[in-house]
Design a protein around this ligand. Structure first.
Ligand code: MCN
Ligand code: CUM
Length: 799
């Protein structure tokens, strides 16, 4: 459904594109749709070798010995590398993004199934994989810890005995909010509802798996790394710190990326191994993982065991919320999130509601499972937070016998409360929540749906209506509060307008499919009046872009989008001085105008007299004498340190039909009202929302990375780990409200993760609403037919 018509006032370029915000086809589609994208696996370098990783069959085992003789003797093999080889280079362990360490190749023990054990570089990947078969590893299997709760038992096997003196599997305790005040509010509450729930382990599963082509040039000493990468500059700094290579001798290139979804934020052992392989062989080395390796060994998401309690008055005024979380981080704490927040932004868990007190406590534990955490369009764990609060509100509605929409309308923050400081310390910038929920209800025809549901129930048919409302905080920093491994979360941006009036914009963030080459050109178009087709966006190459922290947590638009606007505004201001000099008037006498001919400084009251940006660009590079202190050329650069996060929000309604005989869920309708401030390109925003809604349907109904009791991963292919297709997803019905961010120069808020964050609780609430006649209060995701059917029989499965 089309929601935003372009403002008729936006002029169009000769190519028919909006000179500013509005719908336009993505520039990158010209290459993607013709199969002309250039991904890491497309990189071919002269003399390039290929490689493969031997992985552990056990979840927990001591390594007694590794014999690589036969593998090394296989014709076509150039190097066989083990943890011992790396230990000699001081590279057997690498730092994680959460100040832990992770084994690049195991030296002492393996700690999760499919952990990296040895690495072979050969003429081709096929030879390398054949050689893996010839490596003999003598393992002594150890008992595995799969269950996060069991991990804390005093007699649980200690997973991380690599750390001296460690006697348990506990990583951290972290809390937010006011425990005493929350206890007081709960003591005084008329109604309290408590529920345990699991946000299961899921995986971002991008279309392109992870990989690297590394080349350490033996002559120049320059390391060039092509990699699947959401944060090239941060990776460069980490390589410099870990490997001791001077940072200017490292170039990270992220070419086209086939989806990231958080999977490509961190550094994986395979990336490091490709670099080591190149150093050892003196040749370029490619490493590309396969689908199972991606699903079983790279960043998972969620795995949050949560016990929530909500307090309210008998008439439905929510007063308090608290939650205890056991966070399963796998074998190494490799979560990617700002340093100060070991539970990410989970403490935004009071969501969109006005209440008196809240408290959360999160404990992290090690288990014998793949490391990672966060990832998968999560906004740094706001996914888990939104799921918790939206399930709790629905449970409360059930307890009070109140309509869940009415309960939400009664408790949503009101517009006059913004800027709003939450009970756990967030400062929400702007919001008009009731308007968004009412719009979603109107699009859905909410009252009619409830009538239909009642009629169906009377006939024994199961129909559910599920609501969720979410608030996210996206756009990290400011850097004084947020850093990753000490790197403050601010981003640079450079803009050069060439003499003939076309421009190049250099960004620190890196697109993985979000369409940055289009939307950032539109930001420059909006501010400078250049046609977007005349603005080339350059990203993903550390030698050619300014430093910044990269694309995740939907931070690009809030941070780099602001940087792009400001850099363009600086050029506009400078262009005014140049135009004034050329027209021999005072700069104050000029006014800015954008027409189909582009942006133009013209004399107030005499519009005939003026200069377009293209003309000014040539003048600024020419012989015109500029006022004292004004440099030539139309170039500028900025570093943007955001004053606060931006807070997008939305109201979602999901309508499901459940087959009473089989438990099969059909998502019949999905209504999504999103507010991310003004939309640069409404078509791209809708695409982001569509994708996120599919993610949410997938997580709610079919996705789970599962393990057996020995720690064997039993969901390591797309046969078991299901991705939703058009068959499982309805034709989405989208709506929009626009509440600008007061601190972003263009009012923009991020949107890339909104729908993934907001949709799972809507689907789950809908299914549980459908099967409410069976007295089911709660069942954990994924709500597979078997799980729904078991829940209807009174015994929901525990995942
Ligand atoms: N946009 C807009 N108007 C706004 C806000 C955003 O037009 N008011 C546009 C942006 O210009 C950008 C896109 O929407 O083209 C997403 O912007 P933003 O919300 O800033 O998110 P990021 O660009 O930082 O992308 C990251 C976000 C994350 S964290 C995950 S995870 C995710 C997501 O993007 N991964 C994706 N969406 C994805 N989409 C694709 N195709 N592939 C992924 O890997
Ligand atoms: Cu948490 S997934 Mo995105 O932030 O790359």
């Amino acid at each position: 459904m089309t929601t935003t018509a372009d403002a008729p006032s936006v002029p169009r370029s000769a190519a028919g594109n909006p000179i500013g915000f509005g719908r336009m086809p993505r520039k990158e589609d010209a290459r993607f749709l013709r199969g002309q994208g250039h991904y890491v696996d497309d990189v071919r370098m002269p003399g390039m070798l290929e490689s493969a990783i031997l992985r552990s069959p056990y979840a927990h085992a001591r390594i007694r010995s590794i014999d690589t003789t036969a593998a090394a003797a296989l014709p076509g093999v150039h190097a066989v590398i083990t943890g011992q080889t790396l230990a000699g280079l001081n590279l057997a362990w690498m730092p994680t993004l959460s100040a832990d360490v992770q084994a690049v190749l195991a030296t002492d023990k393996v700690r999760f199934q499919h952990q990296e054990v040895a690495y072979v570089v050969a003429d081709t990947e096929y030879i390398a994989r054949d050689a893996l078969e010839l490596i003999e590893v003598d393992y002594e299997p150890l008992p595995a810890v799969v269950d996060a709760k069991r991990a804390l038992d005093p007699d649980a096997p200690v997973i991380r005995d690599d750390v001296d003196g460690r006697t348990d599997n506990h990583i951290f305790d972290w809390e937010a909010g006011d425990a005493a005040e929350t206890a007081r509010v709960f003591d005084a509450a008329e109604v309290v509802v408590t529920q345990e729930m699991l946000y299961p382990r899921v995986h971002p599963a991008p279309m392109e798996t992870c990989g690297t082509v590394a080349h350490m040039d033996p002559v120049t000493g320059k390391l060039t790394v092509y990699s699947t990468n959401q944060a090239p500059h941060a990776h460069r700094t980490i390589y410099a710190l870990v490997a001791g290579i001077p940072e200017h001798k490292i170039r990270i290139i992220s070419p086209d990326i086939g989806g990231g979804f958080g999977n490509k934020v961190g550094i994986y052992p395979g990336y490091v191994l490709a670099v080591v392989g190149s150093i050892v062989t003196g040749r370029p080395v490619k490493w590309m993982e396969d689908r199972s390796e991606n699903l079983m060994a790279t960043s998972f998401a969620r795995d949050y065991h949560m016990t929530g309690s909500i307090a309210s008055t008998r008439d439905g005024k929510i007063t308090g919320l608290k939650v205890d979380v056991l966070a399963d981080h796998g074998a190494f704490n490799g979560t990617a999130q700002p340093t100060k927040f070991p539970a990410g932004f989970f403490h935004i868990f009071t969501g969109s509601y006005d209440l008196q007190a809240a408290h959360c406590k999160v404990s992290g534990v090690y288990t014998n499972k793949a490391p990672g955490g966060v990832a998968y369009a999560c906004s740094f764990r706001i996914t888990e937070a939104v799921y918790l609060v939206e399930r709790m509100v629905d449970l409360l509605a059930r307890e009070l016998d109140m309509d869940p929409a009415q309960l939400r309308l009664k408790n949503l923050l009101r517009p006059e409360q913004f800027p709003y400081t939450s009970k756990t310390g967030w400062e929400y910038d702007s919001g008009e929540y009731p308007r968004a929920l009412k719009l979603a209800m109107q699009i859905a025809g909410y009252d009619e749906l409830r009538k239909e549901q009642a009629e169906k129930r009377a006939r024994g048919e199961l129909m559910g209506i599920g609501i969720s409302f979410f608030t996210e905080g996206v756009g990290a920093g400011p850097k004084k509060h947020m850093d990753i491994l000490g790197l403050g979360m601010a981003d640079g941006c450079e803009l050069r307008v060439h003499p003939t009036g076309t421009a190049q914009l250099r960004l620190s963030v890196q697109s993985q499919g979000q369409g940055h080459e289009t939307t950032y050109a539109q930001i420059v178009a909006q501010e400078l009046g250049l046609p977007p087709e005349d603005v080339e966006v350059i990203h993903g190459d550390t030698d050619n872009t300014p430093f910044g922290l990269g694309t995740y947590g939907s931070r690009s638009t809030p941070v780099s989008g602001a940087a792009a606007a400001i850099v363009a505004q600086r050029i506009r201001t400078k262009a005014r001085i140049v135009a004034a000099a050329a027209l021999e008037v005072s700069a104050d006498d000029l006014e800015w105008q954008i027409t189909a001919a582009g942006g133009r400084w013209q004399v107030k009251g005499d519009p005939e007299q003026g200069k377009t940006i293209a003309e000014i660009a040539m003048l600024s590079h020419g012989t015109l004498e500029l006022p004292e202190g004004v440099e030539g050329h139309l170039d500028a650069s900025v570093v943007y340190d955001p004053p606060n996060l931006t807070y997008p929000f939305g109201a979602y309604i999901c309508v499901t039909d459940v087959d009473p005989g089989t438990g099969q869920v059909k998502v019949r309708r999905f209504i999504a009202v999103d507010d991310c401030g003004p939309r640069i390109n409404p078509m791209i925003v809708e695409g982001q929302v569509h994708g996120g809604l599919a993610d949410g349907i997938g997580m709610a109904l079919m996705q789970l990375i599962a393990f057996d009791a020995d720690g064997n991963c039993v969901g390591g292919s797309f046969m078991d780990y299901l991705l939703p297709t058009a068959l499982e997803c309805p034709s989405y019905e989208l709506g929009e409200t626009v509440t600008p961010s007061p601190h972003h120069p263009l009012g923009l808020k991020g949107v890339g993760e909104s729908a993934t964050v907001g949709s799972p609780p809507a689907v789950v609430n809908s299914v549980l609403d459908a099967i409410a006649p069976f007295g089911v209060r709660h069942a954990d995701m994924p709500l597979t037919p078997a799980n729904v059917w078991m829940a209807m029989q009174g015994t929901p499965m525990r995942t």
